[in-house]
Ligand binder design. Structure first.
Ligand SMILES: Cc1cc2nc3c(=O)[nH]c(=O)nc-3n(C[C@H](O)[C@H](O)[C@H](O)COP(=O)(O)OP(=O)(O)OC[C@H]3O[C@@H](n4cnc5c(N)ncnc54)[C@H](O)[C@@H]3O)c2cc1C
Length: 285
């Protein structure tokens, strides 16, 4: 449980961090909250020669709430999101999801940027970012890049991020007449989502006009259930409508299997979490 030796550097600006990342090459690793990276280092699953601590970088801080979007700095901790009073008003889904992550110790150090970059198949933020149609902004030697959440998650612990890029912030559109819910079945030890489902529905004249449904914990990476989304218009919570959405959402999906949940159990959990999230949204009417 002791990591191999490494050099620790703490840049004071984003440009300095980018230079150190470029200089360090394959041997350098960014560290934000350290709550995914350090456990991996202790298990010797990662052995970076240089750790670049970006947790305090001013460019990565802060939550800004505008009329058309919410912008969250990459180094914002889960706890800062959970307890942000204006965010509770503007986009209550985010604080409620933050409060479901792990425990207070992890929430006080772990960051939204670190979670997205790490892309754990059971992490909560990927499902939220997909359902809320977020954009992830990254800075690299070639400048800034905006990556839609829809094309960010590529595989098991794999994203569209390049090795020389740093996530700087996420942008989440603020849309009126939107209702959302996130339901997850917590792993009893870690709190990670064995399966988590985020549902965000849009309403026009009190009628559901569409929306997004995103699932985490179920497969190698978080994904949107496009077939179910296509059937969301007009959804009013009728049992037959709900059943159809559930069938569409998981038909053809291959669930992960691990020591806690085999494929059948995970499949059933996915269906149950979606049913509960849909019921939550309908009850917000
Ligand atoms: C006991 C325990 C329980 C947990 N339970 C949950 C849970 O229930 N739900 C959940 O979602 N998560 C859970 N986590 C994970 C936690 O949320 C982590 O904090 C998060 O996944 C990683 O964020 P971090 O800031 O700690 O990243 P770090 O550990 O610092 O970094 C993780 C990876 O991302 C890279 N990175 C970090 N920041 C950036 C950036 N800005 N740009 C580019 N790359 C970057 C690093 O190089 C590293 O590869 C748990 C962790 C622990 C230890």
């Amino acid at each position: 449980m002791i990591p191999s030796a490494f050099e620790y550097v703490r840049p004071s600006s984003l440009s300095e961090a980018l230079a150190q990342l470029a200089q360090g090459g394959d041997g350098a690793k960014l560290m934000s909250g350290g709550h995914s990276l350090l456990p991996m280092m202790k298990l010797r699953l990662a052995a970076p020669g240089t750790l670049i601590d970006i947790a305090e970088l001013p460019e990565l801080q802060g939550i800004m709430i505008g009329t058309s979007e919410v912008v969250i700095g990459a180094a914002t901790t889960h706890a800062q999101i959970e307890h942000h009073p204006e965010l509770l008003q503007a986009l209550p889904l985010l604080p409620s999801i933050a409060g479901l992550i792990a425990d207070a110790t992890v929430r006080n150090r772990g960051t939204i940027g670190g979670s997205l970059a790490h892309a754990d198949p059971s992490a909560d933020w990927p499902a939220a970012m997909l359902a809320l149609d977020a954009t992830i902004e990254a800075m690299g030697p070639q400048g800034q890049r905006s990556i839609p959440a829809a094309s960010f998650f590529k595989g098991l612990f794999e994203t569209d991020l390049r090795p020389d890029e740093i996530i700087v912030r996420v942008r989440i559109p603020v849309v009126s007449n939107r209702r959302g819910s996130y339901r997850k079945f917590r792993h009893p030890a870690s709190g990670y989502a064995v399966v988590g489902v985020a549902v965000v529905l849009a309403y026009e004249a009190n009628r559901c006009s569409g929306g997004r449904i995103a699932v985490t914990g179920f497969a190698a990476h978080a994904f949107r259930t496009k077939a179910a989304e296509a059937a969301l218009a007009g959804y009013a919570g009728q049992p037959d409508q709900t059943q159809r959405l559930i069938d569409l959402a998981f038909t053809g999906a291959s669930p992960l299997e691990d020591r806690f949940a085999d494929a059948d159990y995970r499949s059933q959990l996915g269906r149950t979490m979606l049913r509960r999230a849909l019921a939550d949204v309908i009850s917000l009417d």
